[in-house]
Design a binder for this molecule. Structure first.
Ligand SMILES: *Cc1c(COP(=O)(O)O)cnc(C)c1O
Length: 447
């Protein structure tokens, strides 16, 4: 099975020391154990239980500032629109807003969340292949900055909604540049056979058509070629070069282009992938689009929040199977689904200082859910850990809590934010009562 293979260890697995060295917000304290910023994760587990997501406000700020500095350093006029789907926690959104982030959203629910966190609709982009008429009206009614349209059918819907509201909708065309981002198949979005975007060949004609519609103000073009792109800048460059070509063609037709949306997708090193820097991305944008003299937008999600979160879990028991050692945790695939869904590799660090110097042996790290897919890692080099000892899944800030479910009637985990020495619950753990509270019985079953 492919999953088993890719979760399997190799000599390339980084050591605990290497994982820590690459993550400045985490450190090992001889007495307090693993610290996230200045807060011992053992204390978080003792006070709030496990499984618990922990986010670092300082890491969010540092990463946002690094991205901002890279864009400014390249001389780009660039707006950063955080892709809220990566982590839509109110506290996370507020920290990023405090740094000046706008938002990229994919549903009316996300627009409510970002507005509640203080990000105005006027600084928010609405992406997505299936916006409903209700969602389009909702966004236009709040003065959305930009709608990224993905089809001729959607453009007709947007124009009709705008006319009915007596406004002109600011619309960018999301173009599918047909480039291979060389990332996992489930998160590649810029190939011709993906559902996303307008085929490159159709884009110029459709843009001209938009300009002729009463409800639409054409703003520019957009692309987003995929997520977790770590394979250098070649895919980004190829996509942006096509956008530049398209802008040239539109200008020749006398069509206005105000700005270019470069999407998200910048990857992070989960294991030992080459880390693409924001400077490299800024350089690629400058080299391919700089000559157009237009402002650009970015929609980063994972790069901003991924390394700013960990999932804290406790050992339930260690089970010696026929051929393997299983470390059974109280976290499961319903909490962090990335290993099951994308064959993702997450660093797993023991929290106790003693465990960091204990002898290592291979263990399969699993959750209690009744699925063989509920496997976080296979043959991972870990010490013997007793029931109640804690481990942290690294880089779990993006596509973590937002993808959780309550499968196996497991309540959603608590979420906590640390900021320097401070630590606060930002979403209490769900209770069993919560799980039952919103259910109803048809009257014929209660009679
Ligand atoms: C998911 C998404 C993003 C963010 O992607 P990351 O890989 O998390 O940076 C940006 N734009 C659009 C349209 C998306 O769907």
């Amino acid at each position: 099975m492919a999953t088993a293979l890719s979760l399997a260890p190799s000599s390339a697995d980084p050591t605990f020391a290497e994982l820590l060295a690459a993550r400045p917000s985490l450190s090992m304290h001889a007495h307090d154990g693993l610290l996230f910023e200045d807060v011992p994760l053992a204390r978080v587990a003792a006070e709030h239980g496990t499984p618990t997501w922990v986010y670092s406000a300082g890491t969010l700020r540092r990463r946002f500032r690094a991205l901002r500095a890279a864009l400014d350093g390249a001389g780009l006029r660039a707006g950063i629109h955080y892709a809220a789907k990566a982590n839509d926690s109110q506290a996370v959104l507020r920290v990023l807003r405090g740094e000046g982030a706008g938002a990229d959203i994919v549903s009316a629910g996300e627009l409510r969340a970002t507005m509640a966190a203080g990000i105005p609709a006027a600084e928010t982009v609405f992406s997505g292949v299936g916006k409903t008429a209700d969602e389009i009206r909702f966004a236009l009614g709040h003065g959305i900055y930009q709608l990224n349209a993905e089809s001729a059918e959607e453009i007709a819907m947007i124009s009709a909604a705008a006319v009915a509201l007596g406004v002109r909708a600011p619309v960018s065309l999301r173009v599918n540049p047909d480039v291979d981002a060389r990332t996992h198949a489930k998160i590649t979005t810029g190939k011709a056979d993906n559902k996303f975007g307008i085929p490159f060949e159709d884009a110029a004609a459709l843009y001209a058509h938009m300009a002729a519609l009463p409800g639409i103000r054409p703003i520019g073009i957009a692309t987003h070629i995929g997520s977790q792109i770590t394979d250098g800048m070649s895919a980004f460059r190829a996509a942006y070069a096509r956008l530049a070509e398209l802008v040239g063609a539109l200008r020749e037709q006398g069509l206005p282009v105000e700005r270019i949306d470069c999407g998200g997708g910048l990857g992070i090193p989960y294991r030992d992938e080459p880390a693409p820097t924001p400077e490299a991305l800024a350089g690629a944008i400058k080299a391919t689009l700089g000559h157009l003299g237009l402002p650009v937008m970015l929609e980063p999600g994972r790069w901003l929040v991924g390394p700013a979160g960990v999932l804290l879990a406790s050992v339930v028991l260690q089970k010696q199977g026929a051929a393997r050692r299983f470390l059974v945790l109280d976290a499961a695939m319903n909490d962090l689904i990335r290993p099951a869904m994308y064959e993702a590799w997450h660093g797993i660090l023991p929290v106790s200082p003693v465990a960091h110097v204990a002898p290592l042996s291979p263990a399969d790290v699993v959750g209690p859910v009744c699925e063989s897919g509920d496997t976080f890692a296979k043959g991972r080099a870990l010490p013997i850990l007793s029931p109640g000892e804690c481990v942290a899944f690294l880089d779990a800030g993006a596509y973590g809590a937002v993808m959780s479910s309550t499968y196996n009637a497991r309540p959603l985990a608590a979420e906590v934010m640390v900021d320097g020495h401070r630590c606060a619950v930002i979403r209490p753990r769900q209770t069993h009562e919560d799980l039952l509270a919103h259910q109803r019985l048809p009257e014929w079953l209660t009679a």
